[in-house]
Design a protein around this ligand. Structure first.
Ligand SMILES: [Zn+2]
Length: 381
């Protein structure tokens, strides 16, 4: 099936200048050409004229939990659900993300590998869903953060074994809980759960098996463990200890020097996130690769279509609008290991596209004015 999509403007996934009067040619779900000012269309292709819109690469949320339902107590809901019910809930969450133009989500924690089941279901093509990059149950310590998802291990050997069994089950990425978390009673977000040697063992196994490893970490001592162990990405990286932020500027320099990405899981600006702004601004200044992510599902403030708000938040942290958009497209694609296929308006990439009214480089809120979404060249109705 070939498609010729016209749009008044286009964002390529990185540049500060929009492309004008673009024609995007799509063949079998893939972009074959992006041209400016071309008037004729190839014979036999279906022409879709989107008019006065900006066409962007589909957005990528680098941290979601499809299994959390964005209620006041998503943990209780998940624990009450059977696997069958939970899978249906995850399907709804995924569809909600897709409708907002979020064509790829990285699910960093499910139960019983349900995220993989949903990933494979959408991949079969009977139903349109976002591409899911799935971690399966996060690896944690006994009684540790999100232990109820089933990924409890202790010690280096069990950690290695867990990485191997996750890869055997078919995960795309390894997620490890380097500190406690706010959602799990009895854990301490301010302190490490694993030693450097343990996390390093996980990184070694993951890399040996061709996977990246990303670490959940809040407190600076836990972030330091993750950085020392050589993880690929730090989730949250909030520097939160006992309800306050304790930024460690030297540690931020080390994150930048090591080329470790940061996935700050933010939503709309609020009193809790305000203190995060100078920390993220410093990271950006130092050249840390920051990806847009939300932790979607964890609360009513983080529904599964929250990513445009996260992009807006990043634009308030010293990033220009095109840099904040890159954090949700080209940079996110690279960090999530799908840079070959996603994140850019470019020949060879998957035809995962989002059309919005207005110009998001001038006003980021334009992202909320969704006019069309394409996933693998198919238009979501
Ligand atoms: Zn999370």
């Amino acid at each position: 099936m070939s498609l010729a999509i016209r749009a008044a403007r286009g964002f390529d996934g990185a540049s500060a200048r929009l492309l004008e009067n673009i024609l995007v040619l799509v063949e079998d779900g893939r972009i074959t050409a992006v041209e400016c000012g071309r008037t004729e269309t190839p014979p036999g292709s279906e022409v879709v004229d989107l008019g006065d819109v900006t066409l962007l690469p589909g957005l990528i949320d680098a941290h979601v939990h499809l299994g959390f339902d964005a209620s006041r107590d998503p943990v209780a809901q998940m624990r009450a659900d059977s696997d069958a019910t939970l899978l249906l809930r995850m399907r709804l969450a995924a569809r909600r993300a897709l409708a907002a133009g979020i064509t790829t989500v990285r699910d960093l924690g499910d139960r019983n590998y349900l995220g993989l089941a949903l990933r494979d279901w959408f991949r079969q093509g009977d139903e349109l869903g976002p591409e899911i990059i799935a971690a399966g149950p996060p690896i944690t310590i006994t009684g540790g953060h999100c232990y109820f998802m089933g990924g409890e291990v202790d010690g280096e050997l069990e950690l290695r074994r867990a990485v191997r069994s996750h890869v055997k089950a078919g995960v795309d990425v390894i997620k490890i809980m380097a500190t406690g978390g706010h959602m799990t009673h009895g854990t301490n977000p301010g302190l490490p759960q694993f030693t450097v040697a343990e996390v390093r063992a996980g990184v070694e196994e993951a890399h040996r098996l061709g996977r990246t490893l990303t670490a959940h970490a809040h407190g600076p001592s836990g972030i330091a463990v993750a950085v020392e162990a050589g993880v690929d990405c730090v989730e949250h990286c909030s520097f939160r200890v006992d309800g306050t932020r304790k930024p460690d500027w030297e540690l931020i320099s080390r994150i930048a020097a090591a080329g470790i990405a940061v996935s700050p899981t933010v939503g709309s600006p609020g009193p809790l996130t305000e203190s995060f702004v100078p920390i993220l601004a410093r990271m950006h200044q130092q050249g840390v690769r920051i990806v847009a992510s939300t932790d979607a599902g964890i609360s009513p403030q983080r529904p599964h279509d929250a990513l445009p708000h996260a992009v807006g938040f990043l634009a308030g942290c010293g990033m220009s609008n095109n840099e904040a958009l890159a954090a949700a497209t080209s940079v996110a694609a690279a960090v999530c290991g799908v840079g070959e296929r996603k994140g850019a308006l470019q020949a060879g990439k998957d035809a995962d596209l989002l059309a919005v009214g207005g110009n998001p480089l001038a006003d980021i809120r334009a992202l909320l004015d969704v006019r069309a979404v394409f996933r693998h060249g198919m238009r979501l109705t």
